[in-house]
Design a protein around this ligand. Structure first.
Ligand code: HEC
Length: 95
């Protein structure tokens, strides 16, 4: 490969990386996706809005998300627990 070709392919892969991260940023919120794919097997959103809901503040919400996540063996990173907690807070709990 000539020097020019190497530079060209470096430029191209950089371009691909950049466009990929752009499309990731404009994709639906990761918390929403994670929730849609993993959390609606046992309960629908009603549990988050029912009058006698268990969760009373944001730390409790995070703790509960973690419990349900562990119960499901999802092996989420802290970032994923955070993303789903924020998603639930923004859309249902509003703490
Ligand atoms: C294996 C079944 C199951 C799955 C899957 C599950 N949960 Fe739960 N979840 C429960 C049960 C059972 C409760 C308690 C419901 C009750 O108290 O009536 C609950 C309650 C909750 C609550 C508290 C609701 C309240 O009263 O305020 C939150 C928040 C929650 N789940 C989040 C999640 C999230 C996020 C996921 C996905 C990671 C998830 N759950 C997946 C079983 C599950």
């Amino acid at each position: 490969m000539s020097k020019v070709n190497i530079r060209k392919s470096l430029f191209l892969s950089l371009f691909v990386l950049m466009t990929e991260s752009t499309s990731y940023a404009s994709a639906p919120d990761s918390g929403e996706l994670l929730h849609r794919e993993n959390c609606q097997r046992c309960h629908q959103a009603e549990v988050y809005t029912r009058p006698d809901r268990v969760v009373k503040n944001f730390p409790q919400l995070k703790q509960r998300v973690k419990q349900c996540e562990l119960m499901n063996d999802l092996m989420w990173f802290e970032e994923e627990v955070d993303a789903v907690s924020s998603y639930l807070n923004r859309n249902f709990y509003l703490f």
